[in-house]
Design a protein around this ligand. Structure first.
Ligand code: ADP
Ligand code: MG
Ligand code: MG
Length: 208
């Protein structure tokens, strides 16, 4: 993992989030309280503003500071969960440099597990985990057999898209959408969509 890549990813994710304003806002208006886009926009802006502070730091410190900053800026249900992801990535990176894709996949997997614990949720509950769990599984599976990086990133993007789309037919059992019961059926989960957009963007950057 390189600090320069993380900084590029922040800029690319910020663009992708800003380009998805109307969609993310309406998804969260349909089955939540409509603030998911604003929450993410605030987090992205805070990270962009840290660029000069982050640039000289080793990746573990960069990931740790990203986690802390997102914890204090995103808010909502998603903020602490996304922050937990980065703080766990930081911990694993600190324990031993993440050099190979297989090591990054293992760290990603551990970080998704940490989100599950923090939010007491799992697959099938109509949350961002329905994007992240299949991505973590695909990432681990393909790096374990030494698949070509381009193939790994393509497969990750497909897993994210399928996972995100799978939330449409689900009833939510966590988060605000859980109050809607069956009425949440037919709507994609906003956190699943934003996670898929973020994963797609970073995978696209990693292919270059
Ligand atoms: P809030 O619901 O507090 O307004 P956001 O709108 O920022 O927060 O985020 C909503 C998203 O958070 C949901 O779409 C869902 O994906 C995710 N979410 C909520 N609760 C959980 C949970 N317990 N585990 C995983 N993800 C969750
Ligand atoms: Mg919301
Ligand atoms: Mg809210």
């Amino acid at each position: 993992m390189r600090t320069a890549f993380i900084l590029e990813a922040i800029a690319a994710v910020n663009d992708a989030v800003l380009n998805s304003e109307a969609e993310l806002e309406s998804l969260d208006r349909e089955i939540g309280d409509g603030d998911h886009f604003i929450n993410l926009k605030r987090g992205c802006a805070a990270l962009l503003a840290m660029r000069d502070e982050l640039a000289p730091l080793p990746p573990a410190d960069v990931l740790q500071r990203i986690g802390m900053k997102l914890l204090s800026t995103i808010g909502g249900a998603s903020g602490p969960l996304i922050a937990t992801f980065f703080m766990t990535m930081a911990k694993v990176e600190k324990a031993g440099d993440l050099n190979s894709l297989a090591e990054i996949a293992a760290a990603f997997h551990a970080s998704v597990e940490a989100i599950k614990q923090r939010g007491k949720a799992d697959a099938g509950e109509k949350t961002l985990l329905d994007t992240l769990i299949p991505v973590a599984d695909t990432f681990s599976r393909l790096t374990a057999v030494n698949a070509e990086p381009a193939q790994v990133f393509d497969a990750i993007q497909q897993a994210a898209e399928q996972g995100m789309l799978s939330t449409k037919d689900m009833v939510a059992t966590k988060g605000r959408a859980a109050f809607l019961g069956e009425r949440a059926i037919g709507h994609i989960d906003p956190g699943a969509r934003s996670s898929q957009i973020i994963i797609h963007t970073i995978a696209e950057l990693a292919k270059q």
